[in-house]
Design a protein around this ligand. Structure first.
Ligand code: TYD
Ligand code: MG
Length: 455
């Protein structure tokens, strides 16, 4: 017995309900539920234990083909991918509008094509002339890319099927693609899923490295769909502040590599430039020692990046509720650190506004930033600059102790490489960086003594 059931899919978040509602119960968007193709429901009586074909089981240690990767032509892209594009795999490239996804992929297409592999770039958003103009600006006008402005998946696959498959196929973007076998406008969940399915199947069958550009909704997830994230092998996110120059490429899911490596780029007049030494970019012109500024040796995967943390404390005269504003760090964590500084170190922030900023628009999630944030806060409160040549790292517990963190050696080596002569961190860390003095701090109170005592 086969029954069918009505399904309604939210076009914003992809969640499924069986009853139409004005508001999505999951993401609370209005008027986003649309009826989807019915899912087939088998009743329990249905017998699936006969009539199928036998499948073969294989041993885990059976020999398999080694993974041969296709270099993207951009070292930072390859780094974020864990070593280059994998033929027969699909990458979803997400990012805010205008962040530079099309630019990045056109540069990749140009580099791969110039290296002799065949590349097809399909734009569903821009006319061929617009893409050509951008290619001219990027110095890629003569790169042998096959360019098309198209949105019909059937047309694209029919055309590709007539020749040898390309090594790299770029679809910009999956939300503009349309399949005539599926109902609904381009960009709806069923269209996005159906088009992606067909394109991914083509890529897998023909050993093509496929890149799908995906739009990001206002809450930061890729529009349409979680389902898309499950279908592809790699999910990448291209991030940055549009008003700042630099961009970070990060893998959120990677079936072929680690997800903790980043690629760093800077958007310039002639496209994206690779940034091999990100520390220099994030340390914003530090010359004069200023109160409220501390340098934190952050880690992105195994890559150390020095970032500057800035704090500003404004004492309030009136009894108004003081503001706490954070850019680039977690506001809950700031509240916690302020509470620890108040209760364990006797400092008073209660009648002061606190502003915290991570320079360059960088976002920190590493708990090891606690000590650097605390140092910036104490320095701002005391109005005393920290030594300019020092870096700070360590996790702060609620009891006000400084806890050990991973990769202390790596962090300090990067600092020493960039000319920092002093490191403060957990007592457990044993650095082996020549040219850098290290002082372990046991408690947050030791930090306060140090800042206040330092001349
Ligand atoms: P784009 O790649 O179109 O972004 P997306 O595809 O993610 O929407 O990039 C658009 C921005 O990049 C645009 O605002 C201009 C800027 N840009 C440069 O600064 N320099 C360049 O050489 C190019 C091509 C773009
Ligand atoms: Mg684009």
């Amino acid at each position: 017995m086969v029954k069918t059931k009505r399904r309604y899919v939210c076009q914003a978040c992809g969640s499924v309900t069986h009853r139409w509602q004005g508001q999505c119960p999951d993401c609370a968007e209005w008027n986003t539920l649309a009826e989807d193709a019915p899912a087939t429901v088998f009743s329990l009586k249905h017998d699936l234990s006969s009539g199928g074909r036998a499948i073969t089981f294989e041993a885990l240690d059976a020999p398999s083909d080694p993974l041969v990767r296709l270099p993207s032509g951009l070292a930072e892209f390859d780094r974020a991918l864990g070593g280059g594009l994998v033929p027969g795999s699909a990458i979803l490239m997400g990012g805010d509008p205008g962040i530079g996804k099309s630019t990045l992929l056109l540069q990749t297409a140009g580099a791969v094509a110039r290296a002799g592999a065949s590349v097809v770039y399909v734009s569903g958003e821009e006319a061929a002339g617009q893409v050509r103009m951008r290619a001219g600006r990027l110095g890629l006008a003569d790169a042998p890319i096959k360019l098309a402005a198209a949105t019909g998946v059937r047309d694209i696959l029919t055309t590709l099927g007539q020749g040898a498959p390309p090594a790299l196929l770029i679809i910009d973007s999956i939300q503009t693609m349309h399949s005539d076998t599926i109902e609904g406008a381009p960009g709806t969940v069923s269209q996005v899923r159906g088009c992606a399915f067909e394109l991914i199947r083509y890529a897998k069958e023909n050993g093509v490295a496929l890149v799908l550009v995906g739009h990001v909704t206002k809450d930061g997830s890729i529009a349409g769909p979680r389902v898309l994230e499950h279908m592809v092998d790699v999910v990448m996110s291209f991030e940055g502040e549009r008003s700042h120059q630099y961009r970070i490429l990060r893998a959120l899911k990677n079936r072929f590599g680690a997800i903790d490596e980043i690629g760093v780029f800077a958007m310039a007049g002639a496209g994206l430039e690779e940034v091999a030494n990100p520390s220099l970019l994030f340390l914003s012109g530090r010359e004069e020692p200023l109160a409220g500024s501390a340098v934190f040796p952050a880690l992105e995967g195994t890559r150390p990046v020095l970032v500057e943390i800035q704090a500003l404390i404004v004492k309030l005269q009136s009894g108004a509720t003081p503001r706490r504003a954070v850019v680039g760090w977690d506001s809950g964590r700031l509240a916690m650190l302020l509470a620890v500084l108040e209760s364990r170190c006797g400092l008073n922030f209660s009648s002061a506004e606190v502003y915290l900023n991570v320079a360059g628009g960088y976002r920190l999630s590493d708990p090891a930033a606690d000590l650097a944030v605390a140092a910036a806060l104490v320095s701002a409160l005391a109005d005393k600059p920290l030594a300019t040549h020092a870096v700070w790292f360590g996790e702060v517990s609620l009891a006000g102790e400084i806890r050990p963190v991973a990769h202390a050696g790596l962090r300090l080596r990067e600092a020493a490489k960039l000319g920092f002569g002093m490191g403060y961190g957990p007592v457990e860390a044993e650095p082996d960086s020549p040219g850098l003095n290290y002082r372990g701090l046991r408690r947050l109170a030791n930090l306060v003594d140090r800042v206040v005592a330092e001349e």
